[in-house]
Write a protein that binds this ligand. Structure first.
Ligand SMILES: [Zn+2]
Length: 428
């Protein structure tokens, strides 16, 4: 894990030291504080208390300090910094790490048409409270009159076919302080996120993917203005005028179908049948519509079922690119699965209240989680690492072994430096 960090981010500690340190004096420098917070998520501790327990157990602290060449502070010491650190600091750190990966061309082979990165946009819930927690809290009142308070976050994640789901940018959906007429919402947050995304990555070729909330005029406008492409899930209820035109044109268009070669995987034969309509007028935009009917047939039993996926895009569709467009539209579910679900249920405990009282601290813990998850993905999705995984050798087991070794093992400094100096190939 440490080797992965220094392979991709050799200057990560220098970057952390550039972060504005508001404290007058401390036994730990700012890089030690932030690394320890990221490492809490790398070790999948699940809570500050669990982290402290491991820190006090056996050789954990000694081993940590040997590996990271940095002191390991108590989680309460780290928490004090998380409560005062400006929220853009860790976002900027995250951006600088992502830019390292872009420079190293890590995602090169996953670009759409050899050019565009698939940036999936989606929101998720982070925490809920029974009482108002801060001014920014979103709230809803049930029919029984009970009000709940919660925090949601909108993410732009880079998603790739191999399972990468990396946080590119985070926008909290939060109410302004003082009076407001309408609560903040996902589309409003998307407008803010889009403006920041363009500013941070002005020349990056981007294709936005999103669920059925996104095929709306303001999103098309933003994509056109920013020179971004889009492939958006198109549900039956979206844009009735477009559906009407699709229905009319399907009957009179020819040469707009393609059936892919069947793929056989895990005992199933999967066949995709594609249909599309180009140049649908939606002023001032021109939309292209694509449908994929995917049939999965069990090879042994012969049983089969069909799923339907529909997207709208600004890419003009033809026989050669239909599969790539449809597949990339469908990749957006990775933000839910490899992204949010792994962060909630894969040991990172996204929904745990790392800070019960302080919203700023909650945001800073959230960014540390995103950075840790990025490092873990760079490790576990590498071909050399995946070769170790079998039915019995699971990530859960490996992480148990890591913690066990940190507590009870003795790290040999010579072996450690040998390990760090030998070259490893990271292929994805
Ligand atoms: Zn709140």
């Amino acid at each position: 894990m440490y080797k992965t960090i220094i392979h991709f981010f050799p200057d990560i500690f220098d970057r952390m030291r550039e972060i504005e340190d508001y404290r007058k004096s401390s036994d730990y420098d700012i890089a030690e504080i932030i690394m320890s917070c990221i490492a809490m998520f790398l070790f999948k501790e699940g809570s500050r208390n669990a982290y402290n327990n491991d820190r006090n157990e056996g050789k954990f602290k000694k081993n940590y300090e040997k590996i990271f060449k940095a002191k390991l502070p108590h989680a309460d010491t780290t928490d004090k910094v998380m409560r005062i650190l400006a929220e853009e600091e860790l976002e900027q750190l995250k951006t600088s790490l992502i830019k390292n990966l872009l420079r190293k061309k890590v995602f090169y082979r996953y670009r759409i048409f050899g050019k565009y990165l698939n940036i999936a946009i989606d929101a998720t819930g982070v925490t809920t409270f029974t009482e108002k927690h801060c001014d920014g809290c979103l709230h809803k009142t049930s029919k029984s009159g009970k009000t709940t308070y919660f925090h949601n976050v909108l993410e732009a994640k880079l998603v790739c076919g191999n399972g990468f789901s990396l946080s590119i940018l985070t926008e909290w959906i939060e109410n302004p302080s003082g009076d407001y007429e309408k609560q903040d919402c996902e589309i409003k947050a998307f407008k803010r996120l889009a403006a920041r995304l363009k500013k941070m990555y002005p020349r990056l070729p981007i294709c936005i993917t999103g669920d059925g909330l996104y095929p709306v005029k303001p999103v098309f406008d933003i994509c056109r203005k920013n020179d971004w492409r889009f492939i958006l899930t198109f549900k039956d209820g979206n844009l009735p005028s477009v559906w009407k035109e699709v229905a009319t044109l399907l009957g009179m268009t020819t040469d707009n179908e393609y059936t892919g070669y069947p793929i056989i995987t895990k005992g199933e034969r999967i066949t995709g049948r594609y249909k599309w309509i180009n140049d649908i007028h939606y002023p001032p935009h021109c939309l292209n519509w694509i449908e994929c009917l995917e049939t999965k047939q069990n090879i042994e039993t012969g049983k089969s079922g069909t799923n339907r996926f529909v997207h709208v895009t600004d890419f003009s569709i033809n026989k050669r690119n239909a599969v790539e467009i449809s597949n990339n539209g469908r990749l957006r579910w990775k933000i839910e699965n490899e992204g949010f679900n792994t962060q909630k249920n894969g040991g990172f405990k996204l929904e745990h209240k790392y800070s019960r009282v302080n919203f700023l601290a909650m945001k800073n813990y959230y960014q540390c989680l995103q950075i840790a998850h990025m490092i873990v993905q760079l490790l576990v999705l590498a071909e050399s690492f995946k070769n170790n995984l079998t039915d019995k050798m699971t990530l859960l087991h490996i992480w148990k072994c890591i913690i066990g070794f940190m507590i009870f093992g003795e790290i040999d400094s010579n072996l450690l430096s040998d390990q760090l100096s030998c070259r490893v190939q990271y292929r994805y």
